[in-house]
Design a protein around this ligand. Sequence first.
Ligand code: FAD
Length: 572
Amino acid sequence: MAGNGVLDARDRGALLGRLAAERFDVLVIGGGITGSGAALDAASRGLRVALVEARDLASGTSSRSSKLIHGGLRYLEQFDFKLVYEALRERDLLVSKLAPHLVKPVSFLYPLYKKVVERPYVGAGLVIYDAMEGTRRPVPHHRHLSARGALRIAPALSASRLAGGMLYYDAQVDDARHTLTVARTAAAHSAVIATRVSAVALLRSADGTRVTGARVRDEESGREIDVTADAVVVCAGIWTDLVHELAGVQAGYRLRMSKGVHIVVPRDAVDSSTGVIVRTDKSVLFFIPWAEHWIVGTTDTDFSGDRAEPGATEADVGYILAAANKVLARPLTRDDVIAVYAGLRPLVTAIDNNGAKPTTKLSREHVVDVPVPGLASIAGGKFTTYRLMARDVVDAAVADFGRQVPPSVTDQLPLLGADGLAAVQPAAGRLAEDYGVGRAVVEHLLGRYGTLTEEVLGLTRTDPGLARPLADGHPYLRAEVAYAVTHEDALHVEDVLMRRTRLFIESADAGVGAAAEVSAIMGRLLGWNRRKRGAETRRYLDLVKAEQALIVMDADPAADVAPATVLAGGAR
Ligand SMILES: Cc1cc2nc3c(=O)[nH]c(=O)nc-3n(C[C@H](O)[C@H](O)[C@H](O)COP(=O)(O)OP(=O)(O)OC[C@H]3O[C@@H](n4cnc5c(N)ncnc54)[C@H](O)[C@@H]3O)c2cc1C
């Protein structure tokens, strides 16, 4: 249903009908953060937009990141001031205006181990970092700390060698939820958002000179549909080169993949009231607060295997534990690890097509390319700068439309759930009373749905059972499962357990205990019979088993392997 930002999984038939019947200005391939951002950018310029995503929204890299919205302190060391400046401006825009319900400031302690050389060096970097913010300051300024001050806020750090610390601020986000919210906001501007629909071929004009749309396949039924559009925008992340192959063209850049693994440990395994960032031999390691957990990572290794199933290995986990334990007083062990997930970073290098003038416009982190008229693609970049990436690729796509297309307006467009947040937050107590749930539950919902919170709670009016928690010890309500179907286009159990909620990485059983209940709630809405409900539950259990097998296969048989969940970096 277009126009109100509702992605109702029950409307799938009508949605596919629209793909077949309508002619679009822009067809976006890929429903990660870049594609969702491009759909929003184009739709909010008044264009007719469709987006097809082969699996679920954010099922690729966009649910597997470090979940930071940050300038990237380490780019300062590479003197990439423009990049840091742009990213910090995006961070501040998201925190203060576009998505304050989703993007929250987070503090990081940078422990110092070499007092004399390190403090002035890191301090100077942070002065620049802070100075690059705009005049409005949605996150606090950095602070210098003594060793004692650092230990006061992060007692988990080993005191030996600690010479002091710096405390600075960035922001964090639930990457999958943010991606979904961007896609819903695009739908609110009339974009057609179709998940589990893959582009399988690109259509050409009669003379073959222009791309005019794509043949797509509904992965649920196998039905193929030709979608026509004035421009196709490829936002397929690590799969971008495969989409170029569908068009029989070569991009003006080469895609490289780098695997990044994170582990998830319980909050009480690391005694700290702040996130921590430490230098490693190769890069940096973050301890990122994540509700009742810490996300610790990441690795950065070249990857050339099966991009759909990169998997984390024992070596990856061992590397993270070893790096973390260099700074912790009480070492983390494998028994602390409740989940592991891996993602693939899409990295790009520009190439000159056989000596021909490259069509590539290279900006430091992302690359926009128009390899053939009617086809624009983007690769690289980072989550933080998705809005700029979206703007750039849409600009490239509409450049030869032969008519005036308005410029991007997404810097003025709060995402769904953001508008009016200031008036809803104080109402948490009232909402808790009205709906008979705890205040903490309402606050949790406000941090996920913002001003749409009452839509979620409203479902409990007709079905009071939905006010019950989905899984013991976790804040999610059963109503969130129903809402995922009726408003967030969840089609399968894994969509709910892996991305609409994050039980897959937050729960020691990877959400397996909740799978049958999720299937039952979804089934009631989607008309699943008993067999189908059972099959959907099994599908999820099989998925979890397959993921766990990846890490166990690589394990040292003598090692005491934790019941870790492995989330492969490719989409499924
Ligand atoms: C370990 C790790 C940590 C990171 N941490 C951060 C961080 O803290 N902050 C930050 O700013 N950035 C971070 N990043 C980078 C960031 O996550 C990525 O740049 C971003 O998520 C990429 O989004 P995307 O939409 O381009 O790609 P994806 O999210 O991969 O989306 C591409 C989509 O295209 C779909 N697709 C592919 N082929 C087709 C087809 N034929 N038809 C239809 N759909 C198709 C896929 O299913 C997929 O969903 C991190 C990356 C990694 C790997």
